[in-house]
Design a protein around this ligand. Structure first.
Ligand SMILES: Nc1nc2c(ncn2[C@@H]2O[C@H](COP(=O)(O)OP(=O)(O)O)[C@@H](O)[C@H]2O)c(=O)[nH]1
Ligand SMILES: [Mg+2]
Length: 205
């Protein structure tokens, strides 16, 4: 039996994808849902639910936080006629499998960090590094966080000198737009600097 709608729908291709897909990742409570909500031109899609057992996901730094993002956050914004799609990773470890789906086809990633617990972001940095995607590290400043030098963040996260580190206020639209533009510029710089892979050359011939 064939399902007509499925049988006739063209498969979406990369060329037909009318915008730039970006990934947003970072530990629980670092401000991902806040960031997407601040910057999105559309009502952000979020899968925020009340936590059944507060504390399970490491809420010690966000004791007032009573919700968690189950699957992902999604927002969309226009920057000079280019549409950016922002996909935030889920807050809970058991949804780790979603990361590969979210990371497919992304132009780059933001790793959001909290300087009070940089170690919580190690695996997020590891993930984007191993995936080989361009990324920027964004420091979300919480009121009781002490000022930390950019060089200390770079050293603590063992980041290469080419990885931009950007300050952000996840609640502020302009600040988040500035961050996402920095990411797109970084991705473009990397794309133009990198030699074209052999496979790509072969099909373009
Ligand atoms: N003061 C301050 N609070 C923030 C900031 N970003 C997020 N928050 C708060 O931190 C808590 C966790 O943010 P949330 O976006 O849910 O984190 P997520 O788990 O990464 O999605 C929420 O109560 C936010 O209101 C920020 O830049 N400054
Ligand atoms: Mg969230």
């Amino acid at each position: 039996m064939t399902v007509p709608a499925l049988a006739t729908s063209p498969r979406p291709t990369r060329d037909a994808y009318p915008g730039v897909k970006l990934m947003l990742t970072g530990p629980f409570g670092v401000g991902k849902t806040t960031l997407v909500g601040a910057v999105s031109d559309i009502a952000p899609v979020t899968t925020e639910v009340r936590m059944s057992t507060p504390g399970v996901d490491g809420t010690s730094r966000s004791p007032a936080k009573t919700t968690t993002t189950v699957a992902m956050d999604f927002g969309r914004l226009d920057v000079d006629g280019v549409t950016l799609y922002v996909f935030g990773t889920p807050g809970q470890d058991r949804f780790w499998f979603m990361w590969d789906a979210i990371s497919r086809g992304v132009a780059g990633a933001v790793v959001l960090v909290d300087v009070r617990r940089l170690q919580d972001s190690f695996r997020h940095v590891d993930y984007v590094e191993h995936a080989g995607m361009p990324f920027v590290v964004a420091v979300n400043h919480f009121p009781d966080a002490r000022a930390v030098a950019v060089s200390d963040v770079r050293e603590a996260l063992t980041l290469g000198s080419d990885v931009p580190i950007v300050d952000v206020d996840a609640r502020d639209r302009d600040s988040v737009r500035h961050l996402l533009i920095a990411l797109v510029q970084h991705a473009l710089t990397r794309a133009t600097a990198a030699p074209a892979p052999a496979a790509a050359l072969a099909v373009r011939r």
